[in-house]
Write a protein that binds this ligand. Structure first.
Ligand code: IP8
Length: 255
């Protein structure tokens, strides 16, 4: 079982509200279908989630005067993006089951505490690819908060004892400084827990690369290997799914 995250910066144009990259979505879903690997898919929000989530301060709960409208809009926008991803899987000949985090997960003060992993496992066992995504979710402390696709990845990797995770991003891998220099190669391999001092980074509502590496270390702590690669380059996801060496950053699982 391979856990794959299709990052929001790959499947959407993050600089333009509600702008999907339909060609990239179609190609990545086809690469997954062609690999023949049984995967669990999570996707990010990109310009369908982060802009309004920030506008309505949904990460911090219900403090914004128009938070109800915010919850409604962001959940609806995320379902629109999810439908596009689901349609692309169908076009690639893969049956999928959409499982919105907002419908089944519970947070406490910004931490994911409940997500019925058995539902994902059940669909997987009967040959249907489960697909979830970053969402607005209930939070017992804050009222609501934002669940990142990365939170779902971390939770499921632990609960389902996953051995391989792939983060499909819009960059070649993890770099120690951002933005990377023209033609610079990513750090090819990072050991679990290795200290990387980032010199600058892009941030969005769920944090930047530093937070991502923290989450990745959470995953690798269970012995799972993580690969971060560039999904804008055709074939790289397929290579990683086939177990081939690929340009990217590999974070070794360590127990
Ligand atoms: O793009 C964020 O998910 P991510 C979800 O995986 C929302 O961080 C709704 C902003």
């Amino acid at each position: 079982m391979i856990l794959v995250k299709l990052g929001g910066s790959v499947i959407t144009d993050k600089s333009k509200p509600m702008t999907p990259r339909m060609d990239v979505i179609a190609r990545l879903t086809q690469e997954i279908a062609d690999s023949g690997q049984q995967c669990l898919i999570i996707h990010g929000a990109g310009s369908f989630g982060h802009i309004k989530a920030k506008q309505y301060c949904l990460k911090d709960g219900t403090s914004h005067p128009e938070y109800k409208q915010g919850i409604d809009e962001v959940q609806m926008d995320m379902r629109k993006l999810n439908t596009m991803v689901v349609d692309a899987f169908h076009a690639a000949g893969m049956p999928v089951a959409s499982i919105p985090a907002g419908a089944i997960s519970v947070f406490e003060d910004g931490e994911l505490v409940e997500l019925p992993a058995n539902i994902f496992k059940h669909y997987f066992d009967i040959g249907i690819t489960p697909i979830s995504f970053g969402d607005v979710v209930v939070d017992r402390t804050r009222g609501v908060c934002i669940c990142s696709g990365d939170d779902i990845m971390t939770y499921l990797a632990k609960e389902l004892d996953i051995k391989k995770c792939i983060f499909v991003t819009s960059e070649d891998g993890i770099f120690s400084h951002y933005p990377p220099d023209e033609g610079e190669s990513p750090i090819p391999e990072i050991q679990h827990g290795q200290d990387i001092s980032f010199t600058s980074m892009n941030t969005d509502v769920t944090g930047g690369m530093e937070r991502k590496l923290e989450l990745i270390f959470n995953i690798t702590s269970t012995g799972c290997d993580v690969t971060v690669l560039n999904g804008l380059v055709p074939g790289r996801l397929r290579q990683a799914l086939d177990g081939e060496e690929v340009i990217g950053t590999r974070v070794r699982g360590g127990i």
